[in-house]
Design a binder for this molecule. Structure first.
Ligand SMILES: NCCCC[C@H](NC(=O)[C@@H](N)CCCCN)C(=O)O
Length: 461
């Protein structure tokens, strides 16, 4: 056997980065669809006549199956048992199907005036939500899969940089959604137009993932030939879950993740509306300032990921990132700070926080969880994050807005919709950020006690 054959494919720089590029592209397409409805909120209220509570119901649907059917936990287990090829294709196909259902629901007139019996929910809201829920399963499981794929290819190499790049690339999808969603919707005078673009992108993402599968197969082969087959092939045991849950550091990082993302993802869902309602931005430009956030995080996740690889300080980076979140949300809370330049400056600072924490958090997990349990561990973290940050908090904010924050009526182009005061939701986001700081500190203390190495560099020196 020649030396070239004996070496695992993951030692090839080109192969490592190509695999990263492909899975990151599939994630980008998914993130576009995950966020494309946020800048459309004003248009949805005007055209489809949804209320904020209905919008919150729909937004929270993303996490329904993941949380209440435990799909993310099963997804993580399936990933550990069946591997990245099967799991990735399955989840990509689910994303396409879910988004197609959502597009149909917001485009058809056949659901007009229909209401789901017993639940008393508009049929259009319900069908769109079910589509979004199926899509949510796909995007979350492919997210777990991509993370494990990167952990496998980049073990001992630039793992934090690679995860940062993946998150950064995926967020280009969010940026595109926030920047283009409202203009496309306004141009076509249809909420469905930017969603249809999502169906097309997801189909391309699925094809890209099929290409990745060929590389994954080759990686398996070279690992086998070089005698480096990882522990992946060991069968999943139910005791793995018990083992993972017995690690206190795992709990701290999971809670920190849920709190941190609760103060970011639901905020992003409402940020375009906040810009209109508090900062007097025009409806068609609602997503322009929040759209800067993902753009800002693209280079920053790379810079901080690279820093973590080389210098370490993972727990400290998570604490600093959470602190920035508190400062920014507090600024958004103050009622008289309502000039759009304040929103712009605060959004840029938020970009630092939104890069610092993920750049350090995701590559920290393999420091205390063995590779063969990573799918299950990330599945559990994502499950908690879905429960709190992607379901509970968006729903709570929608409820709080409708119940406590309506101040009157706005009339745009002859169409009226409610006017909101966002102070109370922003107080909630600030408190979530504060709690994230507390759990960051607890994680740092636990790392000092147990020696996970969170403050050490990721890259083998
Ligand atoms: N390598 C782990 C990547 C996680 C990145 C993280 N995404 C999530 O946490 C997803 N569960 C939620 C995706 C929602 C899309 N708007 C991130 O920071 O984006």
């Amino acid at each position: 056997m020649t030396e070239a054959i004996k070496r695992s494919l993951r030692h090839s720089v080109a192969a490592r980065w190509t695999s990263l590029l492909i899975v990151s592209f599939t994630m980008l397409c998914g993130y576009y669809v995950a966020d494309v409805m946020s800048p459309l909120k004003p248009l949805i209220e005007q055209q489809l006549k949804w209320t904020s509570a209905e919008y919150g119901f729909f937004t929270g649907a993303y996490a329904w199956f993941n949380v209440f059917l435990g799909m993310l936990i099963f997804g993580g287990i399936i990933l550990d048992k069946m591997g990245a090829r099967f799991t990735g294709i399955l989840s990509s196909a689910l994303m396409v199907a879910g988004c197609a259902v959502k597009w149909w629901a917001v485009s058809t007139h056949s659901l007009d005036h229909a209401v789901v019996p017993l639940l008393n929910v508009k049929a259009q809201v319900m069908v769109a939500s079910l589509g979004f829920a199926a899509f949510g399963v796909g995007i979350e499981i492919i997210g777990v899969t991509a993370t494990k794929v990167i952990a496998r290819w980049f073990r001992g190499y630039e793992i934090a940089l690679a995860m940062g790049l993946q998150v950064g690339t995926a967020r280009i999808g969010t940026a595109l959604a926030l920047e283009l969603g409202a203009p496309i919707g306004a141009y076509f005078k249809a909420v469905g137009a930017p969603v249809l673009l999502g169906v097309i992108l997801l189909t391309i993402g699925l094809v890209a993932y099929v290409f990745y599968c060929a590389m994954d197969r080759k990686l398996d082969k070279t690992e086998e030939e070089s005698g480096q087959s990882s522990e992946d092939e060991e069968a999943f045991r139910i005791s793995d879950i018990r083992e993972i849950l017995s690690i206190k550091g795992f709990w701290y990082i999971t809670i920190l993740c849920a709190l941190f993302y609760s103060a970011v993802f639901p905020f992003l869902k409402y940020a375009p509306d906040l810009m209109v309602q508090k900062f007097h931005v025009k409806d068609s430009w609602a997503g322009a300032i929040p759209g800067i956030l993902p753009f800002a995080t693209i280079p920053l996740t790379v810079v901080f990921g690279n820093y973590y690889d080389r210098k370490g300080k993972g727990a400290s980076l998570m604490i600093i990132g959470s602190l920035l979140l508190v400062v920014v949300h507090f600024i958004f809370t103050v009622p008289f700070l309502s000039h759009w330049t304040v929103a712009l400056a605060a959004t840029i600072v938020l970009g630092f926080g939104f890069s610092l924490v993920p750049s350090a958090m995701w590559p920290s997990v393999p420091k205390f969880i063995p590779h063969r349990q990573l799918g299950t561990a990330y599945g559990l973290i994502f499950w908690t994050q879905n429960l709190v940050a992607l379901w509970g908090i968006p729903y709570l904010i929608g409820y709080v807005l409708d119940r406590f924050c309506i101040t009157g009526t706005r009339v745009v182009d002859g169409v009226s919709s409610p006017a909101y005061n966002y102070t109370l939701p922003m107080v909630i986001f600030t408190c979530l950020g504060l709690l994230a700081v507390v759990f960051g500190l607890l994680l740092k203390r636990e790392d000092r006690i147990k020696g996970f190495g969170l403050e050490l560099p990721c890259r083998e020196q």
